[in-house]
Design a protein around this ligand. Structure first.
Ligand code: ZN
Length: 858
């Protein structure tokens, strides 16, 4: 590709590391193609599509089969191959499976005794988790070539001591979204002018997965197909070190460990020390080349679902690398200081930190393996944290339990069942946040013991409030699973050992014989499977109704929201109805109860007006420029993947063309362009449509946008804070140091904290939430209670549970509406101040969102 030659002229600082590797020859290297020979252009002259990156790895594997092994691990949603390569000495590659299984046996994640052979450390480098940080996949090819072709002492040392696993691209859909776009924008030579269109990546950008999730917030939750497949492989290897390669803004030079504060309190002294070691090794390479870098700023080690923290909480040394560039930089971009940053330079920096990191492992293989082993020994024998076991009450909802179990299994956290009724002297009750005496544990309650290899991860995912040593963090500060799942949980100081078999009581109640011919089927409305079942039934045009009030039938009590499928109204399905309903229950795991009568002993009979028919709504979501892509992506993913229910994605620019009579529900996620999209004309069409029976669901900033607008009853409270500036103490507060400006700003901040919501569970928006609902709060909103409408969820003065909330933010969140419904004509407007689908991991939010879509306004 000759037209790239001019660019090569821009790479003035062709560096030591590069020239060394290019000239290096070893007996084995003669047969390995350099990337340039294979690709037809020098690395850095062009962005390489994912399939070509993999093809290069395959070429190298053909040429040096004894030193590299390709390990395909799945396919992306858009059909692209996922693969890692393992490289090492001939001897290690030959016994790779033994190395892998020995590692698992040594840390207790596989039964059996390891063989006597020496355990080499496993160092895993992940490239390009954010698709438009495309420098990383190019880096992969250079690192692979350098390690396998070079006879220099460093490469030899790494190969001979360490098993290196390289993932060329964790998010190929995002990578190709960026690369295909960029290559279309490019003329004969790259244009470094920052305002040139090749530096303005269009919405949604390649950073995200197919469904617009941020894949580097998903390591623990594993909601995305790429994460699920990769983590299954990760658990089979359990590397000793994991490096995650990123890019940041063009003007920032380079970042490597040590990380910024806060560090999570459970990061071990050795892991902390190794942050420094990585810094020592990387800085040596960067100093030699005269490159700028920084450490200890911006990127912290706290939130457990990143590519550095997750491995750290799994015993590894974990770190992030950040190069200046990302989706804006292209092949070359002029920076503010007038210098031009080229792709080649960005690659060189990532190659250097990759090699430096591997070298830091290769210099102390025995120490790393020993420390890793000790981490797991301690986990199994003297686990950290106040709680030595956790009890999760089954309370009859198999759906929530199953979802939690799946999350535990994906993270290889082992659990079991109590197996017998027992009483424990004392336990911390997550719901009341107090210690209870005489906690009774039922046979079918889940028991998780802290005495297990994944103990640290368990402790961190369950901790009620994570200790924050410094409040200037980058992400949410609370994630405690009992609140996310809405599961009644106890933390016990006592050790209880779970039994492994599931007591019969937990099995679902759908076991009634298929031959019985009930009067109706009832589905308890208590968690996601019920929503999935409703969506499945409505899609098949099966008539479903919901009980507005609790009722008793055949000696069982059913809560409000219970779905009722009667033969009456579904005559056209004839005898097929039973099979269809049962199939949906089996598929979704919803709790199905067949009954022989519609005559209730308490509540309303099935033919009553209080039993409302549910419509199959035609749903749309506003998407496109101005939306933080995950905000819209979460809604899309929820309908498409979790409910398998149709949703129209409507570009904000085309709101003026919507045929409103073809839509029943419109969802507005946060979008910063509503000023443009929701013009007076469009808002007036929306109001008319709601009055005629439509339902508008406004999330987060969309709710704030509607507040105070004509026809919408939501109001923001007047800012009483202003008067306070007169009193002396807050005058003193305002004396702040310039150097502290980042920290001072966070008094208004709430990066993501857990608050308990007071819920009116008699309203359809609150159905099924009687076990309590906790919201993950990320904005300090302050809405007045609706004067004309239903205040379904709200905070009073004492609803804070966990996480960091700046003091001004905490004040604002007192006496505020969180979830509200306004009736407007025949339709309704649902206001949700928080995002119940945040990152797809707030399990209880899925039921709440299901209420908003299917239950409200019928
Ligand atoms: Zn990134």
């Amino acid at each position: 590709m000759k037209h790239f030659l001019l660019l090569a002229g821009l790479t003035v600082a062709s560096l030591t590391i590069q020239s060394e590797s290019a000239s290096a020859q070893s007996p084995s290297s003669a047969s390995v193609d350099a990337p340039a020979k294979f690709l037809g252009y020098q690395i850095g002259e062009h962005f390489t599509p994912h399939y070509r990156v993999l093809a290069y790895a395959e070429q190298v594997a053909r040429q040096l089969p004894k030193r590299i092994k390709l390990i395909p691990y799945g396919t992306t949603y858009e059909g692209r191959q996922l693969m890692v390569v393992a490289i090492g000495s001939e001897e290690n590659i030959n016994r790779l499976e033994e190395i892998r299984t020995n590692n698992l046996k040594r840390i207790g994640l596989m039964d059996g005794n390891p063989t006597a052979a020496t355990q080499p450390p496993i160092a895993w480098l992940s490239y390009n988790v954010h698709g438009n940080e495309a420098v990383s996949s190019e880096t992969f090819m250079d690192v692979l070539y350098r390690l396998l072709s070079s006879s220099d002492a460093v490469s030899q040392k790494i190969i001979n001591t360490t098993v290196v696993i390289l993932d060329p691209g964790l998010n190929p859909d995002g990578h190709d979204r960026y690369v295909n776009w960029y290559n279309q924008m490019l003329g004969r030579t790259p244009d470094p002018t920052p305002s040139a269109r090749e530096h303005s990546e269009p919405w949604p950008g390649g950073r995200y997965t197919h469904y617009l999730f941020d894949p580097n917030r998903d390591w623990a939750w594993q909601t995305q197909e790429i994460t699920q497949q990769r983590m299954a492989l990760y658990q089979q290897w359990m590397p000793h070190l994991h490096g995650d390669f990123h890019e940041m803004g063009v003007e920032s030079p380079y970042y490597f460990a040590p990380s910024a504060k806060p560090y999570h309190e459970d990061i071990t002294p050795f892991q902390r020390k190794f942050q420094q070691t990585i810094g020592d090794y990387c800085s040596r390479y960067f100093d030699k080349n005269g490159w700028l870098y920084y450490t200890r700023e911006r990127f912290d080690l706290f939130y457990p679902s990143y590519g550095d923290t997750y491995p750290t909480y799994n015993g590894a040394i974990g770190m992030t690398f950040e190069q200046g560039g990302s989706g804006r930089a292209g092949l070359a971009i002029e920076k503010a200081d007038g210098d031009t940053l080229t792709l080649r330079q960005r690659i060189d920096h990532h190659v250097a930190s990759s090699i430096a990191t591997l070298e830091s492992v290769a210099d102390r293989p025995a120490e790393i393996v020993k420390e890793f082993g000790q981490f797991f020994d301690k986990s199994r024998n003297t686990p950290i944290g106040a709680y030595k076991s956790y009890v999760i009450k089954s309370n009859g909802d198999a759906g929530r339990l199953k979802a939690l179990q799946q999350l535990l299994e994906r993270n290889k956290i082992s659990y079991g069942y109590s197996g017998k009724a027992q009483t424990v002297a004392t336990g911390f009750n997550y719901t009341t946040q107090k210690n209870d005496k005489n906690v009774s544990v039922a046979a079918d309650d889940i028991v998780i013991s802290a005495y297990q290899p994944k103990s640290t991860l368990l402790k961190i995912l369950f901790e009620q409030n994570s200790a924050l040593e410094d409040s200037a963090t980058y992400d949410i500060t609370a994630w405690s699973l009992p609140y996310a799942f809405g599961l009644q949980t106890y933390g016990l100081a006592a050790r209880i050992n779970p039994g492994s078999t599931q007591p019969a009581a937990v099995t679902s109640s759908t076991s009634t014989t298929a031959t019985s011919r009930p009067y109706a089927y009832l589905v308890r409305w208590q968690s996601l499977p019920a929503v999935q079942m409703l969506a499945g039934l409505l899609k098949q045009k099966i008539r479903v109704r919901a009980a507005e009030k609790p009722f008793d039938v055949e000696n069982k009590t059913f809560p409000s929201g219970t779905l009722i499928v009667t033969r009456a109204g579904n005559e056209r399905f004839g005898e097929r109805l039973d099979a269809l309903v049962r199939a949906e229950a089996t598929k979704t795991g919803a709790d199905l109860t067949p009954v022989q009568t519609g005559f209730v002993s308490k509540g309303s009979d099935f033919g009553s007006d209080f039993v409302t028919g549910l419509k199959a709504p035609r749903v749309g979501v506003v998407i496109g420029e101005g939306t933080p892509p995950p905000s819209a992506g979460e809604v899309w993913h929820f309908f498409d993947q979790e409910l398998n229910y149709p949703i129209a994605l409507i570009d904000g620019n085309t709101l003026g063309n919507v045929q409103w009579n073809k839509l029943d529900v419109l969802i507005l996620p946060t979008n910063y362009n509503y000023g443009r999209y929701l013009t007076e004309k469009n808002l007036s069409s929306i109001r008319e449509w709601v009055r005629a029976g439509g339902k508008l669901i406004a999330l987060e900033r969309a709710a704030s946008f509607l507040a105070g607008k004509d026809g919408f009853n939501l109001k923001e409270k007047e800012d009483k804070g202003k008067d306070k500036s007169k009193d002396k103490s807050s005058m003193l507060d305002s004396l702040k140091l310039y150097i502290d400006r980042e920290r001072t700003a966070i008094a208004d901040d709430i990066p993501g904290s857990i608050y308990r919501v007071d819920v009116d569970t008699s309203h359809p928006l609150g159905f099924g939430l009687s076990g309590g609902y906790y919201s993950l709060v990320q904005n300090a909103y302050n809405f007045d209670f609706l004067k004309d409408g239903w205040n379904v969820g709200y905070f009073k003065t004492n609803n804070y549970v966990a996480g960091f909330s700046g003091k001004n933010a905490k004040e604002k969140l007192k006496n505020t509406l969180v979830m509200g419904v306004q009736e407007l004509g025949r339709g309704s407007v649902v206001y949700l101040a928080d995002d119940p689908l945040f990152r797809g991991f707030w399990y209880n939010g899925k039921l709440l969102f299901g209420n908003a879509v299917f239950m409200v306004g019928n």
